[in-house]
Design a protein around this ligand. Structure first.
Ligand SMILES: [Mg+2]
Length: 323
């Protein structure tokens, strides 16, 4: 067993890199950031990953480093913000370099891709918990909010949905995937891609947005509630990746509609913006699919490919209710 290291050595070795956009990074009592240019707002979000709740003991630390930051970046994406800086609070049972080294590599690799820099944080001994706060900027009045959906809007989803839930079901023993499907599904669950570029390109085009973390219908439900509108979702139009496309239809629907953890972007835009949405998606290299429409209500209704109304038996994920 390599010897554990102390808190200050841990920070110095794994979480201290020069900052470029901050005036002062980690090492003092506070980090300092220049005030944003006038006309910009700061977007802030925090997400926490807890061992045994969000990831299993023994989970690959490099993938965890990626995912811990990815889920936070996904919240910046959901409002159309540009990433700026983040803090990291880490509780660890021990300061084991064999965990810290790959964790910090996964974290920084994604941070570098999105030009977001680590400016501070905290470490303590405790059950393994990763808490990240991200800061971004967005032009005033252009943030994509859950409350912006309007009657007549198209409902769009980026990428494909359901693979993370497909992987979870395999892990839980609900079903067994073949090795190709398993590898693809677990990769989607462990390494989500925050849709930062797409969301920024949709500013001024989309009316509302949310990232899919709790489940497609559950997250759409948040949009409907805050926008005070209803919606029809054409459930068989939800895009599936190759691993999920080969599954029985009931499983596919469950994974796509109730499964969370995909971190795709769900957004609404008026039909006159269809070409603009498609152009934004093409420019970012991210596919988008229209899966329904917003209307005056009531609530959320599901329609299958044959035009039949389907029951909504797809509750989303709730941390205080789920097993
Ligand atoms: Mg979110």
């Amino acid at each position: 067993m390599p010897a554990s290291i102390g808190e200050f050595e841990l920070i110095a070795r794994y979480f201290s890199r020069p900052v470029h956009r901050a005036d002062l990074g980690a090492g003092d009592d506070c980090a300092l950031l220049p005030a944003p240019p006038s006309g910009e707002q700061i977007a802030i979000s925090t997400d926490m990953l807890v061992e045994g709740r969000h990831f299993l003991p023994g989970a690959d630390p490099e993938a965890l480093g990626h995912k811990a930051l990815a889920v936070n970046l996904s919240d910046l994406a959901a409002v159309g913000a540009t990433p700026l800086a983040f803090t990291l609070a880490l509780a660890l049972p021990d300061a084991d370099p064999r965990w810290l080294e790959p964790f910090s590599c996964g974290l920084y690799a994604l941070a570098d891709r999105h030009a977001i820099e680590l400016i501070g944080g905290d470490t303590t001994r405790g059950p393994r918990t990763i808490c990240i706060t991200v800061l971004g900027t967005v032009p005033r009045g252009q943030a994509l909010l859950r409350s912006g959906a309007r009657d007549g809007d198209d409902i769009w989803i980026s990428g494909t949905v359901g693979d993370a839930r497909l992987a979870l079901g395999d892990r839980r023993g609900e079903w067994t995937l073949d090795s190709t499907a398993r590898a693809a599904a677990f990769d989607r669950m462990d390494r989500p891609e925050p849709r930062i570029g797409l969301a920024r390109a949709l500013r001024g085009i989309a009316h509302a947005a949310i990232d899919v973390s709790d489940g497609l219908l559950a997250d759409l439900g948040h949009v409907l509630e805050q926008s005070r509108v209803g919606a029809v979702v054409e459930i068989d139009r939800c895009p599936a990746g190759p691993a999920l496309a080969g599954q029985p239809i009931d499983r596919r629907r469950l994974c796509q509609l109730a499964g969370g953890d995909d971190y795709e972007l769900l957004f609404t835009a008026p039909p006159r913006q269809r070409d603009a949405v498609q152009a934004a998606a093409d420019a970012c290299g991210v596919p988008v699919t229209r899966i329904g429409r917003i209307d005056a209500g009531p609530g959320l209704r599901l329609m299958d490919d044959d035009g039949r109304v389907a029951d909504n038996v797809y509750p989303g994920f709730d941390h205080f209710r789920a097993d």
